[in-house]
Design a protein around this ligand. Structure first.
Ligand SMILES: NC(=O)C1=CN([C@@H]2O[C@H](COP(=O)(O)OP(=O)(O)OC[C@H]3O[C@@H](n4cnc5c(N)ncnc54)[C@H](O)[C@@H]3O)[C@@H](O)[C@H]2O)C=CC1
Ligand SMILES: Cc1cc2nc3c(=O)[nH]c(=O)nc-3n(C[C@H](O)[C@H](O)[C@H](O)COP(=O)(O)O)c2cc1C
Length: 174
């Protein structure tokens, strides 16, 4: 066997080893918001993925111990706002222990179909109703059906990889 850093996991997988391996999966950074009877809330999420385009559905994984969980559970609507390069400070605000009002004061917002806050300069926003929730371990998987979309032709993407931010730059067409 080579002397590289490859470490085989032969008998079960420890939580920290799982996280270390997951840190190697680059993912877009999103601020997921909600509003309604349960109040306005938002958090940073990288566990977001497309499910099917008919009906247009994506999923979001949220830790049930997060302060935002009751609001999402009660409101049953959310908006996935995909961040652009330059949104690192906003991502940190929504990913930490910051009071909810302070998080939202740091950017401009509007609403579309569901009333969930849509970030003014997101790369894309998916305004959704939660169609199904499945609990696995510590997290709820929220299946979300898009009711309205915003898609920007401008801007570079923001990626979370190896526990840090990276910019995904547009290549000039060849
Ligand atoms: N899916 C999630 O709940 C995620 C949570 N985070 C949280 O953000 C903070 C910073 O994370 P990192 O700097 O990336 O270092 P980390 O060592 O906590 O996590 C490394 C990777 O493991 C995964 N991960 C982390 N916590 C997880 C959890 N509770 N359930 C499922 N997957 C999880 C994510 O893919 C993450 O990028 C931590 O508090 C972490 O828990 C970050 C990314 C995803
Ligand atoms: C880059 C990044 C990605 C994250 N992705 C997720 C995620 O997909 N799901 C999740 O439940 N928490 C995720 N978190 C953690 C939440 O953003 C954080 O727990 C949330 O803001 C709740 O914090 P609070 O309980 O202090 O309000 C992520 C944090 C960061 C910095």
């Amino acid at each position: 066997m080579s002397s590289s850093a490859f470490v085989p996991a032969l008998s079960g997988v420890e939580k920290q080893d799982f996280r270390n391996a997951m840190s190697r999966l680059g993912a877009a950074v999103n601020i997921v918001t909600t509003d309604g009877p349960g109040g306005r809330a938002g958090f940073t999420a990288s566990a977001v993925c497309s499910v099917t385009d008919a009906p247009p559905t994506l999923l979001v994984c949220v830790n049930r111990s997060a302060s935002v969980w009751p609001a999402f559970s009660q409101n049953q609507v959310l908006c996935v706002n995909t961040l652009a390069a330059g949104h690192e400070a906003l991502s940190n605000l929504f990913g930490g222990k910051t009071p909810m009002e302070t998080r939202f004061l740091a950017a401009g917002w509007h609403t579309l179909a569901t009333g969930a806050p849509i970030l003014d300069d997101a790369v894309a926003s998916f305004d959704c109703r939660i169609s199904r929730t499945v609990s696995v371990g510590t997290h709820d998987i929220l299946f979300c059906e898009a009711q309205a979309l915003v898609c920007s032709a401008q801007g570079s993407g923001l990626i979370w990889f190896d526990r840090g931010y990276h910019h995904l730059l547009r290549q000039a067409a060849s």
